[in-house]
Design a binder for this molecule. Structure first.
Ligand code: 16G
Length: 195
């Protein structure tokens, strides 16, 4: 089933209730070259109601998520929204009303490169039962196009070694002499001191 983008956008606006909010303006995703709204799949910003559409469970397929209650989810959502620079996108299977894929663009403000913006691709995940449908590619290319639209000067990521070929095909490069991601794992902090 193919819909026009305009019809689909207004349809989605129409079904949003008063307490339903997008993390960022949905029109930032309009007319991206790769934007796809077909086969009952919709790419859109994360919404407050995605807690009930399996968003947290989906992230659990990427890494440890912990037990996140609705209030915790909504607090983090609103804190990201007011901070700005956080663009979490999801793919919803409209037929079943579930979020089945997600990826995030975090935009960092820099002084270097003439006060440039740098994008980081984070938390790319596709529900295991939907793999093999090029949804990972769709999520990554949508973020790359959004980073371009927001005028980031580069987009970086870190990933499991086995995924390097996947990201290379999508245009990421291990730059000679500049291809190391390093981590310092920090011990758990108490609930009170967490932001
Ligand atoms: C991967 C993800 C990163 C995520 C991390 C979680 C991409 C491109 N990379 O590196 O965004 O935060 O896994 O792993 O999606 P962790 O729980 O070990 O930090």
């Amino acid at each position: 089933m193919m819909r026009t983008k305009k019809a689909s956008a207004s349809r989605n606006a129409a079904i949003m209730s008063d307490d339903e909010h997008d993390l960022f303006p949905a029109n930032l995703l309009d007319r991206l070259p790769n934007q796809r709204q077909e086969n009952g799949l919709l790419v859109r910003p994360l919404r407050t109601t995605d807690y009930d559409k399996g968003f947290i469970q989906l992230l659990g397929q990427l890494t440890d998520v912990g037990h996140i209650g609705r209030d915790q989810f909504l607090n983090r959502f609103h804190s990201m929204k007011s901070a700005g620079g956080h663009y979490v996108i999801v793919v919803e299977d409209l037929e079943v009303g579930k979020v089945i894929g997600s990826s995030t663009l975090v935009v960092e403000q820099k002084f270097i490169h003439n006060c440039a913006l740098k994008g980081r691709l984070e938390d790319v995940v596709v529900n295991t039962t939907y793999r093999g449908k090029q949804l990972g590619k769709l999520l990554v290319t949508t973020i790359a196009q959004l980073a371009k639209r927001l005028q980031c000067y580069k987009l970086s990521l870190d990933c499991r070694d086995r995924l390097i070929p996947f990201y290379e095909i999508l245009g990421f490069k291990r730059e000679p002499g500049n291809a190391n991601a390093m981590n310092m794992r920090i011990e758990a902090i108490s609930e009170q001191s967490r932001l």
